[in-house]
Design a protein around this ligand. Structure first.
Ligand code: COA
Length: 260
């Protein structure tokens, strides 16, 4: 398991913690693999009833490591990022999340596949795909408009601006807000409350809620994935990511896009 993904057990709850704060918890290939393995192990262990994702004190995750996007972009559905998303979406046990600080890109879209999410006032969400010359992933192009209507989803996905915890609550991305100092204990308590409920009834209820949208999510992820992978090689995306590491504003007047 990657040193940047820590797994701890709290009774029947497994807590998967993203722990690379020096890089704002940006997710590398090894971290996606470690999260997939942790999810699969939790799913397979009959003693585990609830899975809980957490980040570090000041960051949930800054999303995909942009260096990996430049040097080792995903090439297909078996790539670590897609494998992680598919594993998360397929989880039969309830998945909870506690969000402090930045939750960028997949840091926001993975929450769409968690069952219960709470955030602290420090939470800052962002879907910067367009800013990076990219397009939505994790079926967010389907789920976000369903969740909040086209116009609000378009604001988040096209303008790609940061939004705060209150906004996340208003658009239905999180269940509630708790002070940052209390958040982790609160969400662990909720996880343990859920873990004490009859597990088969919980699993079947989750399955029923996910049954109808499952095929639409699968098809959307597949369509998104194809475009996303092509976009990663586009001049727009390379200019945006290079600009991030050079700590300058990207210049899209120079990036003539010939991909798609
Ligand atoms: N990939 C790789 N490295 C990242 C990263 C990412 N997604 N996000 C942050 N980092 C690194 C920075 O390069 C920096 O490294 P350094 O100290 O070696 O220079 C370190 O993490 C701290 O980041 P910094 O930008 O200085 O922190 P900040 O508090 O000013 O800003 C963010 C935090 C998350 C707003 C900003 O880092 C950011 O926008 N990151 C990119 C997010 C993104 O586009 N993710 C991909 C979505 S698809």
């Amino acid at each position: 398991m990657s040193q940047h993904i820590l797994t701890t057990t709290h009774g029947a709850v497994v807590r998967i913690q993203i722990n690379r704060p020096e890089k704002k918890n940006a997710l590398t290939l090894a971290m996606y693999d470690a999260m997939s393995e942790a999810l699969l192990a939790a799913e397979a262990d009959p003693a585990v009833r609830v899975i809980l994702f957490a980040g570090a004190e000041s960051c949930f995750t800054a999303g995909n490591d942009l260096g990996d996007f430049l040097d080792n972009p995903p090439s297909g559905e078996e790539s670590p990022v897609f494998r992680f998303l598919k594993t998360l979406i397929a989880a039969q046990k309830p998945v909870l999340a506690a969000v402090h600080g930045v939750a960028v890109g997949i840091g926001t879209t993975m929450l769409l596949h968690c069952d219960l999410v709470w955030a602290g006032p420090s939470a800052r969400f962002q879907l910067p795909f367009v800013n990076l010359g990219l397009t939505p992933e994790a079926a967010s192009s389907l789920i976000l408009p369903q969740l909040m209507g086209h116009r609000r989803a378009a604001e988040l996905l096209l303008l790609g601006e940061t939004f705060d915890a209150e906004t996340a609550l208003a658009v239905g991305l999180v269940n509630g807000l708790r002070a940052d100092s209390e958040l982790d204990d609160y969400v662990l308590h909720k996880a343990q409350t859920l873990a004490a409920k009859p597990p088969t009834a919980v699993r079947l209820s989750k399955e029923l809620m996910k049954r109808w949208p499952a095929e639409a999510v699968r098809q959307t992820m597949s369509a998104e994935g194809e475009i996303f992978i092509a976009r990663l090689h586009s001049p727009e995306a390379r200019e945006a990511m290079t600009a991030f590491f050079e700590r300058r504003q990207p210049d899209f007047s120079r990036a003539v896009d010939d991909v798609m």
